[in-house]
Design a binder for this molecule. Structure first.
Ligand code: GLY
Length: 554
């Protein structure tokens, strides 16, 4: 058994109550994200006449400066956009495997997540440019320059950022000299809330992007710097990989649940498919009548998660390389899955798909939600994979590289008891996108957005989002309560429920164990969300305070 699996099976000390979400109410635009200075940039963009996509792009660039553990230009992600009166669309900007990547890159265990070979071809700058070109109102430079200013002039570090920086800098695994130079506190010592962080090289890179557009990142001087960094440290990304990278517009996955239309990202994220499977399964039960913290409802929620994650492992990967079965998201299939659930007893995970097991996936990503005064809604999740990616800063360019290649299945054909999966759909191939769990979601009622949500957390992302969506649509909680409420996670294997609320709900835990579930406890997610009241049109932004979120309104 892996250490991670063992940790999941142990019952950790109780966490205590979840922090209450911070809310803002507005008739105009709302921005909710993890980092206060980035939320300020989003709000300022709305106030100067930008729409929600302008604000989202500006917030994303600002987060690359102010939330370096996951905000990025060296990674990738998914952005859902719901234009008023139109069906939502997905801007997909997941990283790709470089042309030189071999299927067995990680097979002998010598290449780690801290290696430059673990970096996929970054997608963020092309993705943000595609979203802006399609929907933005302001000039490109206007949505990039606020991040330039933050990086060049510096910004105030808060307690959450100081804690994260101190942890990563003290970790003996952090060895990249440029990372330590750029993110170490000038003069030495630990970062503290109130300090100023200046990122000159990143500011220059962002200024080039502001002036010359996304091409500045993918060709020319910045591409030279990345290729040089790769060559110096045995990495795979070339200028040709960068020049060939394209972001895609894709049709989101839609599930209908209790009269709402729930839109999530399509493959190469597993989020939309898995969420649709869970909602289609759970629609056959009256969870509300059972009660939010009843053993009946929580047993069903965990069983639906388990089944969706077994399918995720078996079928999902980059749709340009692997055929995704169409039945997975159909109501009929949800009905069939519902019929396989024993109401009194947990189904052992091994019985659902005995042939496959999962590899590990990092929990460091970030999500933000935006709506503007006209009702254009944006739900964006993006990531470097691990916290601070592969912990390498590209010399001269000042940005952190992702380690997203580790989201591929590491060892072809080897599915082992240590939790690795070796099945075909998510194996490495040149130009292929690695499977993601990112789940930015927009829920519509009668064609209008009512809920914008998403979260970081590796595979827990999908279940955090499922919990928030169920809390609002099924249990009719306010968005603040839905975000604050303890979350559940079951990812099929290890065969255990992770539950944030074991202390407040000790009797529920006892009852779940009586049904045969193993229950462990861990913090989960960071779900910055917006509720739009369908009757009054009022927008309530709810900042998750598990880290340090901020909700701002016009
Ligand atoms: N790297 C985390 C994810 O894509 O789900």
């Amino acid at each position: 058994m892996t250490r991670a699996a063992l940790a999941l099976l142990l019952f950790a000390a109780p966490l205590g109550a979840q922090p209450k979400a911070e809310t803002v109410t507005s008739k105009g635009g709302v921005v909710v994200c993890v980092s206060p200075p980035a939320a300020e940039v989003g709000l300022a963009t709305l106030k100067k006449g930008g729409n929600a996509v302008d604000a989202a792009v500006a917030t994303a660039f600002a987060l690359a400066v102010t939330w370096p553990e996951a905000g990025n230009i060296g990674g990738g992600g998914f952005m859902l956009v719901a234009p008023p009166g139109k069906a939502p669309t997905c801007i997909e900007y997941r990283e790709t495997a470089p042309a030189a990547a071999k299927v067995d890159l990680f097979a002998d265990g010598k290449v780690t997540w801290l290696n430059n070979k673990a970096a996929g071809v970054p997608g963020t700058v092309r993705g943000l440019a595609l979203a802006h070109a399609k929907f933005g109102k302001l000039k490109w430079s206007e949505v990039v320059l606020p991040a330039v200013e933050l990086a060049e002039k510096g910004f105030t570090v808060n307690a959450a950022l100081a804690g994260g920086l101190n942890r990563v800098l003290a970790d003996p695994k952090t060895t990249n000299a440029e990372f330590m130079r750029v993110y170490g506190k000038p003069g030495g010592g630990k970062w503290a809330a109130g300090d100023t962080l200046v990122l000159k090289d990143l500011g220059r890179t962002l200024r080039l992007i502001a002036e010359k557009g996304a091409d500045a990142f993918y060709t020319g001087e910045l591409a030279d710097l990345l290729e040089k960094e790769m060559k110096a440290e045995g990495g795979l990304i070339t200028k040709a990989d960068l020049a060939a990278y394209k972001a895609n517009e894709r049709e989101p996955i839609r599930a209908q649940f209790r009269g709402f239309d729930v839109y999530g990202p399509p493959p190469p994220s597993s989020g939309g498919v898995a969420l649709a499977e869970m909602l289609n399964t759970l629609s056959h039960f009256d969870l509300k009548k059972m009660g939010r913290w009843s053993p009946e409802a929580n047993h069903l929620i965990a069983e639906s998660m388990k089944r969706a994650f077994a399918d995720r492992a078996r079928y999902l990967g980059d749709p340009d390389f692997t055929k995704i079965p169409a039945h997975l998201t159909t109501p009929d299939y949800g009905k069939k899955l519902a019929g396989t659930i024993d109401l009194k007893k947990a189904t052992p995970a091994a019985e659902l798909a005995p042939d496959i097991k999962l590899n590990e996936e990092s929990e460091s990503t970030t999500h933000f939600s935006v709506i503007d005064r006209d009702g254009l809604a944006v739900s964006n999740t993006y990531t470097l994979e691990n916290s601070y990616g592969n912990r390498v800063v590209v010399r001269g360019a000042g940005y952190i590289l992702n380690n997203e290649m580790t989201d591929f299945n590491p060892k072809p054909g080897f599915t082992g008891t240590n939790g690795q999966i070796g099945t075909k759909p998510n194996q490495i191939a040149p130009g292929k996108r690695m499977l993601s769990s990112m789940t930015p979601v927009i829920v519509l009622k009668d064609g209008k957005p009512v809920l914008v949500t998403g979260s970081p957390g590796g595979r827990t992302i999908i279940n955090t989002v499922a919990c928030v969506v169920l809390n609002v649509l099924e249990f009719e909680m306010s968005v603040a309560d839905a975000v604050s409420a303890p979350r559940t996670h079951h990812q099929w294997l290890p065969d255990a429920i992770r539950f944030e609320g074991a202390k407040e709900h000790a009797e529920l835990v006892k009852q779940l164990r009586a049904r045969g579930h193993t229950v462990t406890e861990a913090r989960q997610g960071d779900a910055h969300s917006i509720w739009i009241d369908p009757k009054t049109g009022a927008r309530v932004g709810a900042a998750d305070k598990r880290l340090d979120g901020k909700a701002l309104g016009e």
